[in-house]
Design a binder for this molecule. Structure first.
Ligand code: SAM
Length: 186
């Protein structure tokens, strides 16, 4: 079977991220991607993880402590728009849009703040670094967000970024898809 969209996102990140790097999880949720990133950068690396919901932070923390990697993760209970305050170069940034699985489905990522965060994040990517955006658009604000993110990514200069879309085109019910942006120059 073809890999699913999340598996592809992770494979693309795995090929590019080096141990010891700083990376960002822009949507912590239940901590699955935070844990994946923390294991990838190893003990000498660092993950900066964002979410606006205390429940997401609690669940992620629990997970990271259980797996023994909490000390390499800095969790921030603020919107990922705060990526704009970071200065350092990063090897990867993961966005996993939508609502917290098992949480309040009305609290979702939103087009305007997502675009601001993507825009700030792209400036931090090192050459050869990657941003993955998993687009789950079956929720109330999802269609608007999907259109906004896709349009924004289509406009990125091909001199500076390569943008890939990975999507099954014969699935029903607003199947999720992946946008991956690679910073050129390596
Ligand atoms: N990556 C997560 C995982 O591995 O479990 C799943 C993420 S979930 C689909 C989306 C998350 O984005 C939710 O936990 C939600 O609270 C969070 N979120 C919504 N708006 C946000 C914002 N402005 N900044 C950061 N996180 C936000």
């Amino acid at each position: 079977m073809f890999p699913n969209v999340l598996e592809v996102a992770r494979a693309l990140i795995k090929e590019r991220v080096r141990a010891g790097e700083t990376v960002i999880d822009a949507t912590m949720g239940n901590g699955n991607d935070t844990l994946f990133l923390a294991q990838l950068v190893q003990e000498s690396g660092r993950v900066i993880a964002f979410d606006i919901q205390p429940l997401a932070m609690e669940k992620t923390k629990e997970r990271l402590v259980r797996e023994g990697v909490a000390d390499r993760v800095e969790m921030r209970l603020v919107s990922h728009e705060e990526i704009q305050s970071l200065q350092e170069r990063v090897g990867a940034i993961m966005f996993n849009l939508g609502y917290l699985p098992g949480g309040d489905k009305e609290i979702t990522t939103q087009a305007a703040s997502t675009i601001r965060a993507i825009e700030s994040g792209l400036k931090l990517l090192r050459p050869g670094g990657i941003m993955t955006v998993m687009i789950y658009w079956g929720h109330s604000a999802g269609q608007v967000e999907k259109d906004a993110v896709e349009s924004f990514c289509q406009m990125l200069s091909q001199m500076d970024y390569l943008v890939l879309k990975y999507q099954y085109i014969n699935q029903q019910n607003q199947a999720p898809f992946l946008l991956a942006v690679e910073r050129r120059g390596e």
